[in-house]
Design a protein around this ligand. Structure first.
Ligand SMILES: [Fe+2]
Length: 413
């Protein structure tokens, strides 16, 4: 919120003739100056966005408390879960306090990015096998996700990697690169939400593997349909909507031990209000992992950057989901989507309205659009000598206009 005249007056103003009061037409003239007008408009947009996200956060806090007791995620099908319930995981509640800050821990960035590439290679391999009807194992996925879950700060870095993932057009050794990238990204977003929900390591690994494989049914669809740009015909849409069932059939071949994986692939398009497919399940009928994957999947779709157009920024996507799609998703999952995925990723590069480029070094849950940023390049794209750190919460005139992939930093293109 921009508060004017907040500064305390410490000394009496110098004696001089008081300025003539501004007339309404002066104000109009000021607003008509293009630069000032732009600043007015941008500030207005940012301030109202910030307020809306904050209000939504508070509303979710309330409804989150009303949601029935947190259920422990289980490998069992929803029907079976009613018989055997595991103890509920501890639930850290995201605080709306501006003091809740997140700073990057020390992590071996390259080692974590290797895990991203390994997850990508795994999905690529199993999707190819599924397409060709060959058997495959999912053991490697458990090993990769265990490493991610066991490395402190890994999902932070991977979140950044996923948000910036650039999709190359076409195939990746025989299957759509876009579907593979999407699967890995959904896995990362699901892990972030699962962490927020208090899943233990074991449950996080299961959730991550399920997310990696949730779209494996796409391998049974024709390439032309997967790659199609523009609107689907009714017939194409009907075919597309078969992919959860195809995924179930493919994963069911892994045997009873992995039946839960097949169930999640089957349920990832089910929606809380019963409007999803293929079975129109609602609420508690949907496996908890499938509820998380559904939200992560939707978020990934909105933030996805295609070669020809930029996806939504994280907070834009979260706001869109909460404002427009709220009834479709579990409220508790949405609460942690907001807490874990609405901020700009730590260490990510962002451009300010001044033209300067900086790196996010600290984020605040209650001020997701106003992190602390180290300014690295000036508005001309020159590397600054003395790095200045700006807390955007204290600089209302400045705001972030876009995220910049590392390879697009000045001098790297
Ligand atoms: Fe899907």
């Amino acid at each position: 919120m921009v508060r004017r005249g907040e500064k305390a007056v410490t000394s009496p103003p110098p004696r001089q003739a008081p300025p003539a009061p501004l007339k309404p037409e002066d104000d109009v003239r000021l607003r008509d100056l293009p630069v000032l007008r732009q600043i007015y408009d941008e500030l207005g947009t940012v301030v109202s966005l910030a307020e809306q996200v904050h209000r939504l956060s508070e509303r979710l806090e309330t409804t989150g408390a009303e949601v029935a007791e947190a259920r422990a995620p289980s490998r069992e099908t929803p029907e079976a879960r009613t018989v055997e319930e595991a103890p509920a995981p501890a639930e850290p509640v995201p605080s709306a306090s501006p003091q809740t800050a997140e700073e990057p821990p020390d992590v071996d960035e390259e080692a974590v990015y290797v895990l991203y590439r390994r997850a990508y290679a795994f999905v690529e391999e199993v999707m190819l096998a599924a397409r060709e009807g060959r058997p495959f194992s999912v053991d490697v996925a458990f090993a990769i996700i265990s490493r991610i879950v066991g490395t402190e700060g890994a999902t932070d870095l991977l979140y950044k990697r996923a948000i910036y993932a650039r999709e190359s057009e076409g195939e990746s050794h025989g299957f759509s690169a876009a579907v593979i990238t999407h699967s890995v990204n959904v896995c990362i977003y699901a892990l972030r939400i699962g962490e927020g929900m208090g899943f233990d390591q074991h449950n996080l690994v299961d959730l991550g593997v399920a997310a990696l494989l949730h779209d494996i049914g796409m391998t049974r669809l024709p390439d032309a349909l997967i790659e199609k740009k523009g609107k689907f015909t009714d017939q194409e849409m009907a075919e597309m909507r078969r992919h959860p069932q195809y995924g179930y059939e493919i994963l069911a071949r892994l045997g009873q031990q992995y039946r839960w994986l097949a169930d999640i692939a089957l349920q990832e398009q089910e929606r809380e209000d019963g409007s999803g497919y293929p079975r129109g399940l609602r609420g508690e009928q949907i496996h908890e992992y499938a509820r998380v994957v559904a939200v992560a999947d939707f978020f990934a779709g909105l933030t996805r950057s295609r070669p020809d157009r930029r996806g939504m920024m994280p907070y834009e996507a979260v706001k869109f989901i909460i404002q427009n799609q709220r009834a479709l998703f579990n409220q508790r999952v949405l609460k942690f989507l907001l807490a874990k995925l609405s901020a700009f990723p730590l260490r990510s590069y962002v451009k300010l309205n001044s033209g300067a480029i900086g790196r996010v070094v600290e984020t605040f849950e209650a001020h997701t659009m106003r992190p602390t940023v180290e300014i690295l390049y000036d508005s001309q794209g020159r590397r600054v000598r003395n790095v200045q750190t700006i807390n955007l919460r204290e600089m209302p005139i400045l705001h972030i206009t876009e995220v910049i992939p590392e390879e697009d930093l000045p001098g790297r293109r």
